[in-house]
Design a protein around this ligand. Structure first.
Ligand code: SF4
Length: 173
């Protein structure tokens, strides 16, 4: 099952009037937010490619950053195999590298492996990599599909990761 997250304070890590590219992993963060909101992870009749709780979260984050004068864009793909930042293809990493130079910061919504993907992609640019979420455990849940085509996680428990000591934060590259 997916990794579960708590939020980190992105606003305090992004400079006023700067620019940021938000790079969400569309799997574990979307599952976390669906459980947090108690809403479907996917509503297939609405979209095969978007998880509404993650879309709302990103929209709210962009709005808060805009209030701070931060220009944002979102780096995402409709292709399922590009949803998982831990398994990005070489071409996807190369594309992010090209984009990284155009922004002051990359805001990663995902786990440490997702951050590592971005850290590598940002190498050679002055782009700061900012973690927007912190791992808090692994989800144990019942995957359910209900009419009219809602995919949800029910009866979710958060299982601690043995020996996990990561404290999150930001990195400069
Ligand atoms: S990058 Fe991390 S958050 Fe995203 S799918 Fe892989 S394990 Fe989950």
């Amino acid at each position: 099952m997916p990794i579960h997250f708590t939020d980190l304070d992105v606003l305090s890590q992004v400079d006023e009037g700067s620019s940021a590219l938000i790079v969400p992993c569309a799997m574990c963060p979307a599952a976390t937010l669906a459980v947090r909101e108690n809403k479907p992870f996917l509503q297939l009749f609405r979209s095969l490619f978007k998880s509404p709780p993650l879309e709302r979260y990103i929209a709210a984050l962009r709005s808060q950053l805009a209030d701070k004068g931060v220009r944002t864009q979102v780096f995402k793909s409709r292709l399922y195999h590009q949803w998982f930042l831990c398994m990005w293809t070489a071409s996807r990493r190369k594309k992010l590298h090209q984009y990284a130079g155009r922004y002051d910061a990359l805001v990663v919504l995902g786990c440490d492996s997702a951050t590592e993907t971005l850290r590598e992609a940002a190498e050679g640019s002055n782009c700061k990599v900012i973690e927007g979420m912190k791992v808090s455990g692994i989800m144990n849940a019942q995957l359910t599909v209900r009419l009219p085509a809602n995919v949800s996680f029910e009866s979710c428990k958060i299982i601690p990761i043995s020996g996990h000591t990561h404290e999150g934060g930001s990195m400069n590259h």
